[in-house]
Design a binder for this molecule. Structure first.
Ligand code: C5P
Length: 353
């Protein structure tokens, strides 16, 4: 009897040890974190799982204390069902076109003539369609192994935070809520250092164009938005200089560079901005891009202040949005997406507009 009991506990101990070992190895190898009862894929950066929040409404937050429960509603089975359901509505289906590639990969595939003609209308200098395609083929050689946004979908519901640069992030304490998403997309200069409590620390991708280019941390994806031909040339120069080990315009990992598809800019302008404004802002382009990959899409740092002033969370000087974009229309469109249950927008009460 005593031998059987010893045998039983022996097997139990070995079994427990093996399972723990296996779990640790899997966790280490695949970067799996168990968070909020869901397994999420860690792309890069440190995660912060000190939530400090409990139950809440999933829609706009009037202040950070209402974030209670936010984490429970982050891509759980119910929210996933809700999102799927909302995405089958005629409102969404009419706008969403899954057949348009969000990024140009491989670049050599080029874009349709019609999209090129629209994109050409944004240019300062004329360029022929053939010259454009030839340039893309050249650039393609410099981006041989561009990583796709997601290598694979690791689980059913993917949560993504898009962090805009609005001053409404100041004092929001949204940092933890932002960091707990599977993917965190930031835009242009939007700094993290010194603003961690409000904007978080985790970044998987950064959208930018040359005018707003900053160094991209190792492991972070750079999503270049080419508004102009010069922007693609800049990328070409940056990558070429990198290969020569000269001082670069910015530092980034070549395989982490993704080029936003000009045809997709056209699609966002037509279907989502309803052709208002000359072309959409980087933030608006980022939101639609992310909609094509993620299930739960949460926006932080979007919105002017109560006087309609466009400020950045790190810079209190007045800054107007460029005349080529329509800030008001983009706000209206984002709020429509929210009202149709496609995205959630988090912002503080005093800066809501
Ligand atoms: O100013 P910037 O273009 O770098 O900001 C990135 C994005 O953040 C914008 O394109 C816009 O979508 C959003 N933003 C905002 N309200 C602000 C500032 C930025 O919605 N006050």
């Amino acid at each position: 009897m005593a031998i059987r009991v010893k045998l039983f506990f022996g097997i139990l101990a070995i079994g427990t040890f093996s399972c723990s070992f296996l779990f640790l190895m899997v966790n280490r190898y695949y970067g799996l974190n168990i968070l909020n009862n869901a397994i999420v894929m860690s792309i890069s950066g440190e995660r912060n799982d000190e939530t400090g929040f409990s139950e809440s409404s999933p829609t706009d937050m009037t202040n950070s204390s209402h974030l209670s429960g936010f984490f429970k509603r982050l891509c759980n089975r119910d929210t996933y069902e809700e999102i799927r359901n909302n995405r089958s509505s005629p409102w969404f289906v009419k706008r969403f076109n899954p057949s348009i590639r969000p990024f140009l990969s491989p670049l050599s595939q080029g874009i349709a003539r019609e999209d090129f003609d629209w994109w050409q209308s944004l240019q300062v200098h004329d360029i022929s369609y053939e010259a454009f395609l030839a340039f893309l083929r050249k650039l393609d050689k410099l981006l041989p192994n561009s990583e796709l946004l997601f290598k694979e979908k690791t689980r059913e519901c993917i949560s993504c935070a898009v962090v805009g640069n609005s001053q409404n992030l100041n004092g929001s304490a949204f940092g933890n809520a932002i960091d707990c998403h599977d993917y965190v997309f930031r835009i242009n200069f939007g700094p993290v250092k010194g603003f961690e409590n409000d904007v978080g620390t985790f970044t998987t991708h950064r959208f930018m164009f040359p005018g707003t280019a900053t160094n991209v941390a190792q492991g972070t994806g750079l999503i270049l938005v080419p508004f102009k031909m010069e922007d693609l040339k800049w990328l070409n120069n940056t990558l070429t200089k990198m290969s020569n080990k000269e001082k670069t315009i910015i530092s980034t990992e070549r395989k982490k560079v993704i080029v936003y598809n000009p045809a997709f800019i056209h699609y966002v302008h037509n279907n989502w901005a309803e052709k208002i404004g000359r072309y959409p802002s980087t933030g608006f382009l980022a939101v639609v891009f992310v909609l094509h990959y993620c299930d739960q899409v949460d926006l932080f740092g979007f919105g002017q202040d109560s006087h309609g002033t466009w400020l950045h969370y790190w810079d209190k000087k007045h800054k107007g949005i460029g005349p080529e974009h329509s800030a008001n229309n983009e706000r209206v469109m984002l709020e429509r997406m929210r009202d149709n249950g496609i995205i959630r927008i988090f912002r503080k009460q005093e800066s809501r507009r």
